[in-house]
Design a binder for this molecule. Structure first.
Ligand SMILES: Cc1cc2nc3c(=O)[nH]c(=O)nc-3n(C[C@H](O)[C@H](O)[C@H](O)COP(=O)(O)OP(=O)(O)OC[C@H]3O[C@@H](n4cnc5c(N)ncnc54)[C@H](O)[C@@H]3O)c2cc1C
Length: 381
């Protein structure tokens, strides 16, 4: 059996790993000229943790995971409002969960799969054609590749989805926020190593995450009302966050030295079905639950693992395997998308009273009796 996979992100690499473990021949087409690095911190758990265990990558993920010593909430002036310690953070994320850089998660998958799959960089697809027996994919270099299955794991702005299911605007649900994330080459002196500092003001949030191994992440998320169409990321961040002091000017200056930046709207993908015939969408291309749900990389790995299991359970009947897989996964995706839409309302409140109310549960979590309860309930229990 042979699969062509579009995209060498978390979903594409996890699918290649699972299928190669099942004896499939796999070819990945990646539009970028080389692998990406860095990224942002992701909480990885649930279905992703289960999938990672079955894929045999959990020890490698744990080796690259990091624990935040303190998550401090600040006022725009830099004055500290309150902070969660390591145990409380662990209690709020729960057991069977880890925090890892997106790029490190990708690296773990890449290292496991690189000897078992062919990856063609700077290549994408221009046409898809399928019948009852095979799927043919025309590549940008003009060649045609044939396979039993095509997996579109090419992210939020999926070309596979556009070619087969229709234009992007039919599937994207804009959650009215923008996000910019990049690696910082220097940790602002006010941020202690291994800690995360965050602030929220007038519909804008910013955070600096110190991984503790010398790497640092700058994160900006804000209501789309602050954005102006056509503005580049540096101009937009400078204008939107320009009135804030403390570590913000230093963090904004780091953008000039960053290798790359992730800058996009926060949008969900809502598709009535994820497959047609021998073509299936996987990961953000299919469902993008967004950072508001904090579960996209988990769904990418867990979804890839379950996809392989379903294909193995339906030998010779790919459409049936894809239908069964979707029925198994869709309730969880729907629940996470609902959560993402709820979080949208409270993520970066414009009103200080709403901000105070949204932070209240976190403040309570810092109180010793509540923290003891959370620790008992989630860590020891
Ligand atoms: C700021 C932020 C914080 C997040 N936090 C969390 C979190 O805490 N927990 C969590 O689980 N998830 C989190 N997520 C979500 C998670 O990062 C994504 O859901 C996950 O990375 C999606 O992986 P993917 O492989 O489906 O897509 P992507 O990572 O987008 O990968 C797609 C790949 O396809 C390639 N590609 C694109 N177009 C083409 C094309 N036409 N042809 C060939 N290749 C193509 C791209 O170059 C890329 O390599 C967060 C996301 C963001 C932005």
């Amino acid at each position: 059996m042979r699969a062509i996979i579009i995209g060498a992100g978390i979903a594409g690499l996890a699918a290649a790993l699972k299928l190669s473990q099942l004896g499939w021949d796999t070819l990945i087409l990646e539009r970028a000229p080389a692998r990406r690095s860095g990224g942002y911190a992701v909480t990885f758990g649930g279905i992703g943790h289960d999938g990672a265990e079955r894929l045999g990558i959990l020890p490698d993920l744990k080796a690259k995971a990091f624990a935040t010593a303190e998550l401090a909430y600040h006022k725009p002036s830099g004055e500290r409002r309150f902070a969660l310690d390591r145990d409380t953070i662990a209690a709020t994320t729960g057991p069977r969960s880890l925090t890892i850089l997106r790029g490190d998660l990708e690296t773990v998958l890449y290292d496991k799969v690189r000897d078992h799959t062919e990856i063609r960089f700077a290549t994408t697809l221009t046409h898809i054609d399928q019948d009852q027996r095979t799927v043919r994919v025309t590549l940008t270099d003009g060649t045609i590749e044939e396979a039993d299955l095509l997996i579109g794991a090419d992210g939020l702005h999926s070309a596979t989805r556009a070619l087969l299911f229709g234009p992007e605007q039919d599937f994207l649900l804009d959650l009215d926020h923008k996000v910019a994330v990049y690696m910082l080459d220097r940790r602002p002196a006010a941020i202690a190593p291994g800690t995360t500092a965050t602030l929220s003001s007038k519909g804008r949030t910013a955070a600096v995450i110190s991984i503790g191994d010398g790497r640092n992440v700058a994160f900006f998320g804000y209501r789309a009302g602050h954005a102006r169409p056509g503005e580049d990321v540096a101009t937009q961040l400078g204008r939107v966050y320009g009135d804030l002091g403390w570590v913000i000017p230093e963090t904004l200056a780091g953008l000039q030295r960053a290798d790359s930046v992730y800058f996009d709207t926060i949008s969900q993908v809502v598709a009535p079905r994820w497959s047609t015939g021998r073509v299936v969408l996987l990961g953000d291309a299919a469902w993008c639950v967004t950072l508001f749900a904090g579960y996209g990389s988990s769904l990418a790995v867990g979804g890839a693992d379950l996809l392989g299991t379903s294909l193995a359970d339906h030998p010779g009947d790919i459409p049936a395997a894809l239908t069964t897989w979707e029925a198994r996964l869709r309730p969880e995706v729907t629940a996470k998308q609902k959560l993402g839409r709820r979080v949208k309302g409270v993520y970066a409140p414009a009103n200080p009273v709403v901000l105070w109310l949204t932070q209240l549960p976190l403040r309570l979590a810092t109180l010793p009796p509540v923290r003891r309860y959370l620790t008992r309930r989630f860590i020891k229990g």
